[in-house]
Design a protein around this ligand. Structure first.
Ligand code: SF4
Length: 337
């Protein structure tokens, strides 16, 4: 059967699975406390896909060409026994990369080892500043930098490598920390990635003025430590890669706002309640849980997904404007970045 492609000729190679909409942080650019406070109704357990259902969906998507799975949330490690799901997903034929994005708060040495033994290949840890006061303000639950650095160490010790570290850069919040962060991770083997602040979801009050363009970040670092470009491993990779010419490692730049990468976007996203989203900035999803729980066969569900993907033509970042940024969009913590 021909490779499944969408209307823009993009195949489906990556599945991002959000296993929970809950998180123990309240990062101001994703889940601001004022909106997602104690009274906010997160998904009740019965609405969440079970691990069996998630694994079934992943098998179907692997049949359709998915090769890489990323587990996300909310914070995926708040979901109990997640290593059981990792084991199931790692055994699916065709899946050759299994990664997780986490805030590191629950990534103890023991847990990192368990995830590695279950089949997880690598982790990406979010860290927006090394300045403890700033970081506590950005995660808005007062979580200390030292504990995240410990989690990064635990991941490396467990072999969940290369460890990638994601820094969302927002003007006036942490843009003064770019060189400090770069210096800290030089020579560690960890890959620091600078992410342009994005108009995800509906609640972060995004303004274009708060975006620090990746080209400026590149300029700043290159002036201090010369960099050279590195070819992407796959055309659909989101980060533009650069390495220090003095051998001190690599950085990544993720420029969804100033240099959109929709042209090769091969990412499908599954929400915790079984909705399929075709873009990080989608307004609506497609309910797969209904099919899973109404007796449909794998082949029938495969046809449904094939139909949905072949009709896909999203390229939000290429058409982003002040007007679109205000439109209602799925919350990032429901589909995991
Ligand atoms: S904006 Fe949407 S289509 Fe473009 S790269 Fe991001 S997820 Fe893909």
């Amino acid at each position: 059967m021909a490779t499944l492609q969408d209307r823009l000729g993009r195949s489906m190679q990556d599945l991002r699975i959000s296993v929970t909409d809950r998180c123990n942080f309240r990062c101001v650019y994703c889940m601001p406390k004022e909106v997602f406070g104690p009274s906010f109704a997160f998904l009740p357990r019965r609405e969440l896909l079970t691990f069996e259902e998630i694994a079934r969906v992943a098998k179907i998507f692997a049949e359709l060409g998915v090769r890489k799975i990323r587990l996300t949330g909310g914070e995926p490690l708040v979901r109990k026994d997640i290593d059981t799901l990792v084991q199931e997903l790692a055994s699916i034929p065709g899946i050759d990369d299994l990664a997780m994005t986490t805030n590191g708060s629950l990534l103890t040495a023991e847990r990192a080892q368990k995830l590695r033994s279950a089949g997880l290949k690598r982790v990406t840890v979010s860290l927006d500043s090394l300045d403890d006061a700033k970081f506590r303000a950005l995660n808005d639950v007062g979580f200390p930098v030292a504990r995240v650095l410990e989690a990064i160490h635990n991941a490396a010790q467990a072999g969940l490598t290369p460890v990638k570290v994601n820094m969302v850069v927002k003007r006036g919040a942490n843009d003064e920390d770019i060189l400090v962060m770069a210096e800290h991770f030089r020579g560690t083997g960890h890959i620091l990635r600078f992410i342009e602040y994005m108009d995800v979801g509906t609640a972060n009050g995004w303004r274009l003025d708060d975006v620090v363009q990746n080209s400026k970040i590149l300029e700043q670092i290159n002036a201090r430590w010369p960099l050279e470009p590195v070819a992407p491993a796959r055309p659909s990779d989101v980060a533009r890669r650069f390495r220090y010419t003095d051998g001190a490692g690599e950085i990544g730049l993720i420029a969804s706002v100033s240099q959109p990468f929709c042209r090769d976007c091969s990412r499908a996203r599954l929400s915790p309640d079984g909705q399929l989203f075709l873009c990080l900035f989608a307004q609506k999803g497609y309910d797969l849980r209904h099919w899973l729980r109404s007796g449909a066969s794998d082949d029938e569900i495969e046809e449904v997904v094939r139909h949905i993907w072949s009709g896909r033509d999203v390229r939000y970042s290429e058409v982003r404007s002040e007007k679109t940024s205000g439109m209602p969009k799925v919350e990032m913590f429901r589909i995991g970045g």
